[in-house]
Design a protein around this ligand. Structure first.
Ligand SMILES: NC(=O)C1=CN([C@@H]2O[C@H](COP(=O)(O)OP(=O)(O)OC[C@H]3O[C@@H](n4cnc5c(N)ncnc54)[C@H](OP(=O)(O)O)[C@@H]3O)[C@@H](O)[C@H]2O)[C@@H](O)CC1
Ligand SMILES: [K+]
Length: 486
């Protein structure tokens, strides 16, 4: 898993590191990294480095200082560098002096549109970790006329470093160079950041435990249940699915199918859509009610269940079964309407709640808001459950405060029934004994991978996501040396 640290933690780490380094050394390391990436982009986009034109947008802080120093380094490679000063009275002095010495041009904001029109590359050094709110008017006007590729220093200006949210105007970068650590914006708003490149400034030893973690292919490969010589149909776990209704048989078929496709374990189904489930998935043992179903090692409850009395009693029965439960869709709504249902749960029974934003609002009484990580964390603590908050970024919070996020790869999952597929996958992982936080995070990762594989650039349905689960598992195992070893 890749670690992500908030602004506060990065600043504290930088302060500790600065006590042991010569003044200005960190900025120069950072800026050198920016200049290397800039040269790479110039080669790619302009076909040359020397004699190409770079425009630096320079705000009134150290982010602007980084841009100015990077400009000075680029001058050594024969690049024509022009700095546009957005806060002339607060410009980083050493950086400005370094660019001047190196032969860079300095212009005021008024000249910005003219120099930008000639640029082969624009370096965004408007604002970094101190960013608050969207771009201010002058910066916004300049950002608006940029046509050339953009390299953002630390983060695209105008995005919130800790939530990735944009309120107002913001830069859209092709490449973002981050120093010493990945920050939340880099994983929560990849659309604004473009490709994120890491520059090591020696911070690693000062950072401590990450605030967030990003799920990677290796994590999925390491935990995905793959049958070995000693396994039989029971050792990978039996998933129970309580989903669907006469009105929503499709949800039952999708949820059950996702559990079938995810592992070699067995799947049992309970509900009024048993006939439809049996017809589509002959390997499933399907019965009418939860009480008839026999032993399972996990339950998935909720998709298409309805919010009537039958649904409520199903949720109650499942929560009192003493096995891990993934609570999705209508089961989340039922918990929101009847919180006492949770009393049926033994406090030691692991629970994964998988709300989307509207379900989350019903459950918690407030929208997730800008800080979705904080919202998911608070809900996890409140319900003593893993909370998987769906959205463009899926956020998975454990009651102990740990948070996983998945980085979106397109919006392919914005299709009816995709949540049903996810809950079936998580249920199968829970049945195999995967700890709930990991099951939810890794389930979401492979779900997104399945969608990306199925889509290949065109819109898809949830059935196609479901069919692509085995390919997604193969793909994460192939991407990861850990997967090869399993
Ligand atoms: N610490 C280190 O060791 C290292 C730090 N490094 C670098 O320092 C950067 C942090 O620098 P920083 O703290 O000087 O502030 P920075 O982000 O440049 O902001 C400047 C000023 O902009 C303003 N402003 C706020 N919001 C705004 C908006 N939306 N639109 C426009 N303007 C806005 C606000 O001023 P205000 O006008 O509100 O008084 C703010 O004070 C960090 O991201 C990294 O690049 C690297 O060199 C590595 C070593
Ligand atoms: K920036």
């Amino acid at each position: 898993m890749r670690g992500v640290w908030t602004t506060e933690r990065v600043r504290a780490a930088e302060e500790r590191l600065m006590l042991r380094t010569r003044p200005g050394a960190l900025m120069q390391r950072a800026a050198f990294g920016v200049s290397v990436q800039a040269a790479r982009m110039l080669s790619e986009h302009a076909g040359r480095v020397a004699a190409s034109r770079v425009v630096l947008l320079v705000g009134g802080g150290n982010n602007g200082g980084d841009a100015l120093w990077a400009g000075a380094y680029l001058r050594r490679r024969g690049v024509r560098v022009t700095a546009v000063l957005l806060a002339p009275d607060r410009t980083h002095e050493e950086g400005l002096a370094a660019l001047r010495r190196a032969g860079g041009h300095i212009v005021s904001v008024e000249a910005g549109p003219e120099v930008l029109a000639e640029a082969d590359l624009v370096v965004d050094g408007i604002v970094g970790l101190s960013a608050r709110g969207g771009l201010r008017a002058e910066a916004a006007e300049l950002a608006d006329v940029v046509d050339a590729p953009v390299l953002a220093v630390d983060l695209p200006s105008g995005t919130d470093p800790d939530t990735g949210q944009v309120h107002g105007a913001a830069v859209r970068a092709d490449v973002t160079v981050t120093f010493g650590a990945h920050k939340p914006v880099h994983v929560l708003n990849p659309a604004r950041c473009g490709h994120v490149r890491f520059v090591d400034i020696g911070l690693a030893g000062e950072l401590g435990e990450p605030d967030l973690r990003v799920v990677e292919a290796a994590d999925a490969a390491a935990v995905w249940p793959i049958p070995a010589a000693h396994d039989d149909k029971y050792t990978q776990g039996v998933t129970g699915v309580a989903a669907g209704s006469s009105a929503y048989a499709g949800a039952a078929v999708l949820t059950t199918g996702a559990a079938v496709r995810s592992t070699a374990g067995m799947v049992r189904f309970a509900g009024s859509a048993a006939e439809a489930v049996r017809a589509r998935w002959p390997e499933v043992i399907a019965t009418g009610t939860v009480t008839d179903v026999g032993r399972v090692q996990s339950w998935v409850v909720g998709p298409g269940l309805g919010t009537g009395t039958d649904g409520r009693e199903t949720v109650r029965a499942v929560l009192s079964a003493g096995v891990p439960v993934c609570v999705d869709a209508d089961a989340v709504n039922l918990l929101a309407g009847t919180p006492e249902l949770l009393d049926a749960r033994d406090p030691d029974t692991p629970l994964v709640l998988t709300p989307h934003a509207r379900e989350f609002e019903r459950l918690v009484g407030a929208e997730p808001g800008d800080d979705r990580v904080a919202a998911a964390r608070a809900a996890a603590r409140r319900f003593s459950a893993v909370v998987l908050l769906k959205g463009h970024n899926t956020v998975v919070a454990d009651p102990d405060g740990r948070v996983l996020v998945t980085v979106p790869r397109g919006s392919w999952l914005a299709t009816a029934g995709s949540g049903d597929v996810l809950s079936g996958m998580i249920g199968a992982l829970l049945a195999a004994g995967t700890p709930p936080w990991t099951a939810a995070g890794v389930g979401a990762y492979v779900h997104a991978e399945a969608a990306a594989l199925a889509a290949r650039g065109a819109p898809i349905s949830s059935s196609e996501v479901l069919d692509a689960i085995p390919d997604a598992v193969r793909s994460v195992r192939a991407m990861s040396p850990a997967g090869e070893r399993v």
